[in-house]
Design a protein around this ligand. Structure first.
Ligand SMILES: Cc1cc2nc3c(=O)[nH]c(=O)nc-3n(C[C@H](O)[C@H](O)[C@H](O)COP(=O)(O)O)c2cc1C
Length: 255
């Protein structure tokens, strides 16, 4: 079986992630989500009931909402298959929504000064309302594809209120080649760390991923699916343990 690469990396040290809810699942090719679409209907209803004094807190944990940035726009993308599997294998109470980053314009400071575009505003709102990011990307020429870097650049502004600051991030990627995406994931880790996001110490890089999908294009390899499910469970537990999901107001935007 293909050897997977689950690497350890030094986590960034920005304390205290936290955020408000993100969004309902929509396909990467679906409509650009607006701020109004980034809430999970009913997901917080149990938590909306305040605990009565003197009674044990039996409320279920609040749902975790992750915004996914998918670094490939092509049909039959291996990374698209990886994201699809992640959405299926994420633990109960965790929702993953792919934001259609291919619809963003290229970063332009003049455009940004004019309030950017609805797509850019939707990206910033979706990230700001999320509990974390999931970056699922191929490697292009030993780095990130431009579409991912462009989304990160938009999300890094304005500097005083960048929605990436303090946000937990899980990095993963697949390639048809043998390299395990280590440069792309490494660069993503470095960039996001610079921006104050908190990258999970484990990443998943999948070499020879073409051998791990079935005829329908689904990521079907049992060992990989188990690895992915475990990683998502551990990341979700880390996000929850950090207090993000229980205290949306805890995240402070870096000045
Ligand atoms: C412009 C370009 C550069 C690439 N550079 C790398 C690379 O540096 N390392 C690597 O492992 N694969 C590289 N690849 C191969 C892609 O990672 C591979 O095609 C991958 O399957 C693309 O992801 P996708 O299937 O999700 O579209 C490159 C592909 C393209 C188109």
């Amino acid at each position: 079986m293909t050897k997977l690469s689950v690497s350890n990396a030094v986590p960034t040290s920005v304390p205290g992630p936290g955020s408000a809810p993100a969004s309902e699942s929509t396909p990467a090719s679906g409509p650009v989500p607006g701020p109004e679409s980034v809430s999970l209907a009913g997901a917080d209803s149990a938590n909306a009931d305040a605990q009565r004094p003197g009674t044990p807190d039996v409320r279920p944990p609040r749902a975790i909402r992750l915004v996914a940035l998918l670094g490939s726009t092509r049909r039959g993308s291996l990374n698209g298959a990886l994201l699809g599997a992640a959405r299926v294998l994420s633990p109960a109470g965790v929702a993953i929504e792919a934001f259609p980053i291919e619809r963003l314009p290229f970063y332009d400071a003049d455009l940004d000064a004019r309030d950017a575009t609805p797509e850019v505003r939707a990206l910033r709102a979706a990230i700001a309302a999320s509990d974390g990011l999931l970056v699922v990307t191929p490697e292009y020429n030993h780095s990130l594809p431009a579409v991912v870097k462009n989304a990160i650049d938009w999300a890094s502004r304005p500097p005083a209120a960048a929605p990436l600051a303090g946000r937990p991030v899980l990095l993963m990627g697949a390639t048809a080649g043998r390299s395990a995406v280590k440069y792309a994931l490494g660069h993503a880790h470095e960039i996001l760390g610079f921006l104050g996001a908190r990258a999970f110490e484990r990443r998943l890089g999948i070499p020879l991923a073409g051998q791990l999908v079935d005829a329908a294009g689904d990521l079907s390899d049992p060992a990989l699916r188990a690895e992915l499910a475990a990683l998502l469970a551990d990341f979700s537990a880390w996000v929850r343990a950090s207090g993000v999901a229980d205290d949306p107001g805890r995240l402070e935007v870096a000045a």
